[in-house]
Design a protein around this ligand. Structure first.
Ligand SMILES: [Zn+2]
Length: 125
C-alpha cells in the first residue's frame, strides 16, 4: 500500500519538471528523434497548453474517417491530419548552425530571458 503512494508522488514531481523544460515554440523547426517519423524535420504549428505536446507540420499524421453528412461538400472519406507529438521526441533545429541542438536560456541586458542554441550560442527567439 505504502509503495503505491510513493510512486504516485514521484510521478507528479517528474511531470512538474517536464513542464519547466518547455523549450519549443510555435514556428520552430524541429527534428523528430524517435518514433515512426524519426529523422524528419517539420515546423511547429501549435503548442498544446499544459500537455508537453505539439503539432508539427506533416509529422505524426493520422487518418480520420469522415462521413461528410454535415459538410456542405457532401463528400465523405479519409482526411489526414497531424496528431500531437510529445516534446521529448523532438529537438529544436538552430537557424544559424542548422543542427539539432539543445536549448539554453540566457538573460539579455534588458532582463529579457531568451532561448539560445547550446552549440553556437545563437539567439533563437
Ligand atoms: Zn546553433
Amino acid at each position: 500500500m505504502l509503495k503505491t503512494a510513493e510512486s504516485g508522488r514521484i510521478k507528479s514531481e517528474r511531470e512538474d519538471m517536464a513542464k519547466q523544460k518547455l523549450n519549443i515554440k510555435k514556428e520552430d523547426r524541429v527534428l523528430v528523434t524517435t518514433g515512426r517519423d524519426r529523422g524528419k524535420v517539420g515546423k511547429v504549428l501549435h503548442v498544446i497548453p499544459g500537455k508537453d505536446r505539439v503539432l508539427v507540420e506533416k509529422i505524426n499524421m493520422i487518418k480520420r474517417h469522415t462521413r461528410g453528412g454535415a459538410s456542405k461538400t457532401g463528400q465523405g472519406g479519409i482526411i489526414e491530419k497531424e496528431a500531437p507529438v510529445p516534446i521529448s521526441n523532438l529537438k529544436v533545429i538552430c537557424g544559424k548552425c542548422t543542427e539539432p541542438t539543445r536549448v539554453g536560456r540566457k538573460a539579455l541586458e534588458d532582463g529579457r530571458l531568451v532561448r539560445v542554441c547550446k552549440k553556437c550560442g545563437e539567439q533563437l527567439d
